[in-house]
Ligand binder design. Structure first.
Ligand code: AFP
Length: 320
């Protein structure tokens, strides 16, 4: 049985990053217990507040965010954090080496229906000096580590430090993350796609054309039938992609002209792109590699197309 700690030691992950990752895992272990408690833990339902994105916060969004903030405040390696649920960057320890951005509870709309939710973390290097939002404006390529924890029938974690992607399962008897896959590989070919089809009429012609091709199935140019899945939690959809392949897309749409993209670069797109690339897949906006984007705002949103290499390439052909 190889624990997270054993694995990080055996792969020579540098000691401070190793420590940092154990702290992130510890946050997830506690959130996992709260999620499992459901109504009995008093974590269901909404608050009366909205986050900076204008979304009503669920109780568990706030509880998970506060829990992570508290744990990170106690970790001297953290210089500052940026959360999907915080308006601004929160400064922590001056001498800290890491900047942590996170989505404390991804898939909020699933909480009250007892469906999949998760947590996503991205670790960036901190520079010396006073911390500000500008310090976080680093492309995803700079990430030192990225992980998600999925609170499903089992709590699992996918983690990368740039040496491939590792998958762990939380052992409920010891509260240890135990290695279950030392080299996650996304199958290159697939017949499964994930997209919110209710937005179809708002997409650009490129995505319309690509999905039309999939829907034609055997009779169309692709010559095979495709199946569709949509979990409404990126963590769940990306976990399926890492487990058995597929393509996941949240493309540009014109539903709300003030909000042409849904997913956040720093909290969702970059860490997931790092995990998918490290598993042999691709992650793009349709026009550029996600991890090459130079951010200009911590709450920036982007289009996301990621998954099995060949399938993403098919989709990109439609984007010209
Ligand atoms: P939250 O982070 O607010 O829970 O949103 C989840 C999410 O950003 C992403 O995880 C899902 O893929 C997507 O939203 C689902 O969006 P739809 O409302 O279009 O299903």
């Amino acid at each position: 049985m190889e624990t997270l700690h054993d694995l990080l030691a055996s792969r020579n992950v540098e000691p401070e990053l190793h420590q940092m990752l154990l702290t992130l895992a510890d946050c997830a272990t506690e959130i996992s217990a709260l999620v499992r408690g459901g109504a009995l833990a008093g974590v269901l339902g909404a608050t009366e507040s909205e986050n900076v994105q204008g979304e009503t916060q669920k109780k568990l969004d706030v509880i998970a965010n506060d829990l992570i903030k508290r744990k990170l405040a106690a970790q001297p390696l953290v210089k500052a954090l940026a959360s999907e649920e915080e308006d601004h960057v929160v400064a922590s320890h001056d001498s800290g080496r890491f900047l942590i951005s996170f989505d404390p509870l991804d898939g909020s709309s699933n909480i009250d229906i007892n469906s999949l939710v998760g947590t996503i973390f991205s670790v960036l290097p901190a520079q010396q000096g006073v911390v500000s939002e500008a310090a976080f404006m680093q492309p995803g390529e700079n990430q030192l580590a990225a992980c998600y924890m999925l609170y499903g029938p089992a709590t699992v974690m996918a983690l990368t430090t740039g040496q491939g992607t590792w998958m762990f399962t939380l052992d409920p008897t010891s509260d240890e993350f135990v290695l279950v896959n030392p080299a996650v590989k996304v199958p290159q070919q697939t017949a499964e796609f994930a997209i919110n089809m209710s937005n179809q009429r708002f997409w650009q012609p490129a995505m319309q054309g690509y999905i039309e091709e999939l829907l034609q199935g055997k009779a169309g140019t692709r010559g095979k039938d495709f199946n569709m899945r949509w979990i409404a939690a990126m963590v769940g959809d990306v976990h399926r992609v890492l487990s058995r392949g597929g393509i996941f897309a949240y493309p540009t749409d014109t539903k709300d002209p003030a909000k042409p993209f849904k997913l956040r670069l720093m909290y969702e797109a970059n860490p997931m792109a790092f995990l998918v690339e490290q598993s042999g897949g691709l992650a793009s906006t349709g026009y550029e590699r996600i991890m090459a984007i130079q951010p200009d705002h911590i709450h920036q949103r982007v289009a996301v197309i990621l998954g099995s290499r060949r399938e993403v390439e098919h989709c990109l052909q439609h984007h010209g």
